[in-house]
Every structure is written in structure tokens, then in C-alpha cells.
Design a protein around this ligand. Structure first.
Ligand code: GLA
Length: 384
């Protein structure tokens, strides 16, 4: 049975009626990692894996939701003290609360949802869940909040109900995603541009280490604090610096003695990464995928050695990609596990995947998972 039929059947058996289908997507990011909370650029796109939900207004003041993947249901009210315990339900609750805070109307509704975006793989299943509900609530209650606000609702849900002080990239990609296009977003001005992405002769493929890091959210928040400390130190000499992305590399050197060596390395990575996104944009305009790939390797080096968000498995996959002449490879997303994203020539693809599976299994006792990237639409009503 396909996913929609399964959802519909469950919805009818639980609530006796039917509702409308909504969907949103997980994301990849070509380059620009950990730059989004530093006012820098990111380069994400939505993918063909995400969350699908059937939702209907129920005329009460209670939300009832069922997760097919967790085989769990919850019921909660819409006041702050009604927050549910289950982590998946807190995302839905958070989206409701954040909508209300922005003067959107929300009353009771019923929902059944399921996903096909792998959890903990760095593909942002949580943004897909937030965007699906933010978009659905906006549509069902005719709130007419704009798409930026919907992305912000998801981001604030992470901040206020999950405790991850994330940037805007994942929710932005999940809401704004467009089939066949990556999006370069300036997270300071929120200006963005779609880049049709169809690199002839190359494939984008994700290799999932299947490592899930328990402490990822606290380590993520620590990285963010390091960046804020470095930016604050630089601002003393250069008041125009509001975000680390505003700083020149030389200005960082000026404060080397004032900040910890750890904060220095984190900031060094971010300042380099902001520039790499711009270099990749230029290279893409020229169709110069060799440069795109080289930048990806540089990003991996920075994420591993300066920002320290890689792990043994991801470094192993990255080295292996180099050995197999893969054009570009790096850890993708927040890090501490999850996937590498690889830009690989068509003719090298089969050999790379075979080698990655064999060598990784020899070393770590299990094969990595492999996902071909299909760049797809973000949040939407599903009509057929
Ligand atoms: C996570 C966060 C994003 C971003 C990336 C790293 O996915 O949710 O906001 O910071 O990590 O680029």
C-alpha cells in the first residue's frame, strides 16, 4: 500500500472522516555549513524524502495526532501548559504555539502522518515535520502568514520546544524548496536565488554512516556560542560586525589572544566557509564542477579539524571518496554523524558506491546506506 493510502486508512479508522493531504521535504545542502546562524550564505535544496500528513479541523479545542512511524497517538490542548511529552508531538505543539504567537488562528485538528526521510541522517526530518504542520495550519485556518514566517515558526519551535538553537537553513529549504533547483540564501538579509541544478555528467549522492550522535544538540549549541563570542570580540575593534560572517580573516587574527583557541578555530572555519559558498556560486555559473568539488573537500577539512563536528566514520568516507576520484565530498548538515554528500562523475559512480560499501563494512562492521539526491518541491498541499 502506498504511503498516502496507509495514512488515509489510519485517519478514517481513528477519526471516522477524511482530511486534506499536506507534505514537506527534508533537505540537502551543497555547501555553507554552520553559516546560517552566523549571517552567512547557505546552499540547500529540498529532497524527495519528507513527511506526509492528512489533517482535518475537528471543531474542538484539542489536537489529536497519530504518528505511523512511532505507532503512537497524542492529544493535547493549545495552551502553553499542554505541551506533550513525546518528542515528535512537541514539534507539532511548538508549531501551533509559534503560530498563535504570530497571531495566527489555530483550533483543534486531527492528524495522521508518516515520513520517509531517514531519522538522524542529517537530512532534517524535523524541519520536514515542522514545515508540513506550519504550512497545513496556515492553509486550513486561512492565516495567510508568508513563507518566511512559516520557516521562522519551524525554527522557533526548535529553539523554544526542542532546545536546538538552529539557524534558518533547514526550515527555509523545506518551505521554499523547488524541484530541480538549489537555493542560495543570504541568512543575514534573507535574500535568495534559485539555481537550477542539473550537473550534466555528475550525480549527487549521500552516503549515510548511520552514526547518530547522542549529544549532537548540546554540541551544536556550544558551536554557536563559540561563534558569538568570537564575533563579540571582533566587534570591539570593528563595530560594523554584527555576525561572524561580517568579519574579515585579518580581524580574527587581531583577537587571537583575547579568545580561546577553540573559539578561534571555530571562527576560522566559519569565515572560510562564508567565502566558499560564494566561490561555489561563481563556479556553478561557469559549470566548473571541479572547483565546486574542491570546495566541498575544503569544507570537510574545516568541519573535521577546525569546527570538530565530524567523526571517524565520516572522515573515513571522505578519504575513501578522494581515493575513488570523487569530485567533491564532505560531511553534510549539523554533523556528529549522518551523511556525506558526494559529487561524483557518472562513470565513477558504481565503483565508488561498491568501494564505499565494502571498505566501510570491513572497518565498521556494517554497510553505509546510499541515497541518490533528487531535488524536489518543499511544503505543499498534495492534490492527487
Ligand atoms: C543543522 C541546523 C541548521 C544548520 C546546520 C549546519 O541542520 O538545523 O540550521 O546550522 O545544522 O549547517
Amino acid at each position: 500500500m502506498d504511503l498516502k493510502n496507509k495514512i488515509q486508512e489510519k485517519f478514517t479508522s481513528l477519526y471516522g472522516t477524511a482530511g486534506e493531504f499536506f507534505s514537506s521535504a527534508g533537505r540537502i545542502n551543497l555547501i555553507g555549513e554552520h553559516t546560517d546562524y552566523n549571517g552567512g550564505y547557505v546552499f540547500p535544496g529540498a529532497i524527495d524524502k519528507g513527511i506526509t500528513a492528512m489533517i482535518a479541523v475537528n471543531g474542538t479545542d484539542k489536537v489529536r495526532a497519530y504518528s505511523i512511524d512511532y505507532d503512537e497517538s497524542v492529544e493535547f490542548g493549545l495552551n502553553e501548559e499542554d505541551a506533550p511529552k513525546q518528542s515528535w508531538a512537541r514539534y507539532i505543539f511548538g508549531v501551533c504555539r509559534e503560530t498563535i504567537k504570530r497571531e495566527g488562528k489555530v483550533s483543534g485538528f486531527d492528524a495522521v502522518f508518516a515520513g520517509d526521510v531517514p531519522l538522524g541522517a542529517g537530512l532534517s526530518s524535523s524541519a520536514a515535520l515542522e514545515s508540513t504542520f506550519a504550512f497545513a495550519i496556515n492553509t486550513l485556518f486561512k492565516n495567510e502568514l508568508d513563507k518566511f514566517t512559516l520557516a521562522k515558526i519551524g525554527q522557533s519551535t526548535e529553539h523554544n520546544y526542542v532546545g536546538v538553537m538552529c539557524g534558518i537553513m533547514d526550515q527555509f529549504a523545506s518551505v521554499f524548496g523547488k524541484k530541480g533547483s538549489l537555493i542560495r540564501l543570504n541568512t543575514k538579509t534573507m535574500e535568495y536565488k534559485y539555481f537550477p541544478f542539473n550537473p550534466e555528467g555528475y550525480k549527487l549522492v549521500l552516503v549515510d554512516s548511520c552514526v547518530k550522535h547522542e549529544l549532537a544538540s548540546s554540541a551544536y549549541n556550544e558551536r554557536r556560542l563559540s561563534c558569538e563570542r568570537a564575533a563579540a570580540a571582533i566587534k570591539k575593534n570593528h563595530p560594523e560586525v554584527d555576525f561572524l560572517s561580517d568579519a574579515k580573516r585579518l580581524w580574527l587574527d587581531e583577537v587571537r589572544e583575547e579568545i580561546s583557541s577553540e573559539d578561534f578555530l571555530r571562527a576560522e572555519y566559519v569565515i572560510g566557509e562564508v567565502q566558499r559558498v560564494l566561490d561555489v556560486s561563481d563556479a556553478l555559473e561557469r559549470g566548473d564542477y571541479e572547483t565546486v568539488g574542491e570546495m566541498m573537500y575544503q569544507t570537510h577539512f574545516g568541519l573535521s579539524k577546525l569546527y570538530e563536528v565530524s567523526c571517524e566514520e565520516l572522515d573515513f568516507l571522505n578519504k575513501l571518496a578522494r581515493k575513488c576520484d570523487v569530485t567533491g565530498s564532505r560531511v553534510m548538515g549539523g554533523g556528529f554523524g549522518g551523511c556525506t554528500i558526494n559529487l561524483v562523475k557518472d562513470e565513477l559512480y558504481d565503483a565508488f558506491i561498491a568501494e564505499a560499501k565494502t571498505k566501510f563494512a570491513e572497518r565498521f562492521g556494517h554497510e553505509p546506506k546510499v541515497y541518490d539526491v533528487v531535488i524536489s518541491d518543499g511544503a505543499r498541499v498534495l492534490v492527487d
